[in-house]
Ligand binder design. Structure first.
Ligand code: PDD
Length: 296
């Protein structure tokens, strides 16, 4: 039996329908080239979390690949809210995930950018599937791999084959994520940012073209400041990942999540070895408090 497709609300070029009924042209450049940009916005209690930060990143990424931003902020907000209300009415889901994708549009197949294509705007909403209680309590296992993706991982592109291949390495091992290393330094994971805790400080790799500027990168800086945890972005050699006191993942859907095994080895030291640590616990609590404050 194939996995059933979700019957959730979507919006294609301004028209609302069920996601299983929406159709795009096979000449859409999103389909032919993966020529598009996307966003994933979490929703808590029917309100969009850090909406303006997500929208600003969408605009920055569209500009990087020269796709015009199809909507002003108010229209994006209106469309997102309409989807959220529709899913809540249909399923009662209060916590959701809004997916936004803008492709360069439909045109005859040619690598060069068509001068007159109209961007295709596809949006859908799904109930949020947060980490399970088991994953929260025990943390998750990850594997590591060489970061074999292209060198513009800062672009939140729908061309995700490198990320898909990376993710499958962990899926094949029953692990939650694949942590990527480029030239011996930590970049990120297949669909999350990665954090190392060292002597009580939260460390992440510096902003660069080699990793996505996750919305939680700035959020975690704010939460660290709020709860008094030192925060520093600096190059992180592989040895620092392997000897970390704690390892964390962050993403729109994982929020912050403790990694307690890497390549089969327990993470951390002493009594906390292989268990979610105190920095994780404090950031998780702070994150929960931020949800109501920062959602619109
Ligand atoms: N992934 N790095 C990569 C490669 C990602 O795909 C993501 C998010 C992140 C974390 O970014 P943020 O904090 O803005 O979610 C880092 C999303 C959730 C996805 O592709 O589904």
């Amino acid at each position: 039996m194939p996995t059933p497709l979700p019957d959730v609300p979507c919006c294609l070029n301004g028209e609302f329908s069920r996601v299983c009924d929406a159709k795009v042209s096979v000449l859409d450049r999103g389909f032919l080239f993966g020529d598009g940009i996307y966003e994933v916005v979490p929703v808590y209690g029917r309100r969009l979390f850090r909406f303006d930060e997500h929208l600003a990143r969408l605009a920055r990424n569209l500009a990087k690949v020269r796709i015009p931003d199809p909507h002003p902020r108010e229209q994006w907000l209106r469309l997102c809210r309409e989807l959220v209300q529709r899913l809540a009415a249909q399923t009662g889901a209060e916590d959701q995930v809004v997916y936004i994708q803008v492709t360069r549009g439909v045109a005859p197949r040619d690598h060069a950018m068509p001068p007159d294509a109209v961007p295709t705007v596809f949006m859908m909403v799904n109930p949020m599937r947060p980490p399970t209680a088991e994953q929260r309590h025990h943390g998750v296992a990850c594997v590591s791999a060489r970061d074999f993706r292209w060198e513009r991982a800062d672009i939140k592109s729908t061309s995700l084959l490198g990320n898909v291949l990376a993710r499958q390495l962990s899926a094949d091992h029953g692990a939650a994520e694949t942590i990527l290393l480029r030239d011996g330094f930590l970049t990120e994971a297949s669909s999350s940012n990665v954090w190392v805790v060292h002597e009580g400080a939260l460390l992440g790799p510096p902003k660069s073209e080699r990793l996505l500027e996750g919305i939680r990168v700035e959020l975690l800086r704010e939460l660290c400041e709020e709860v008094g945890i030192a925060y520093n972005l600096r190059p992180i050699p592989e040895a620092d990942v392997r000897s970390a006191d704690e390892l964390l993942l962050s993403s729109a859907t994982k929020e912050v999540l403790a990694v307690t095994r890497l390549d089969g080895e327990a993470v951390g030291h002493g009594a906390l070895r292989g268990k979610p640590g105190p920095v994780y616990a404090r950031l998780y609590e702070a994150y929960q408090r931020a949800k109501s404050r920062q959602s619109i």
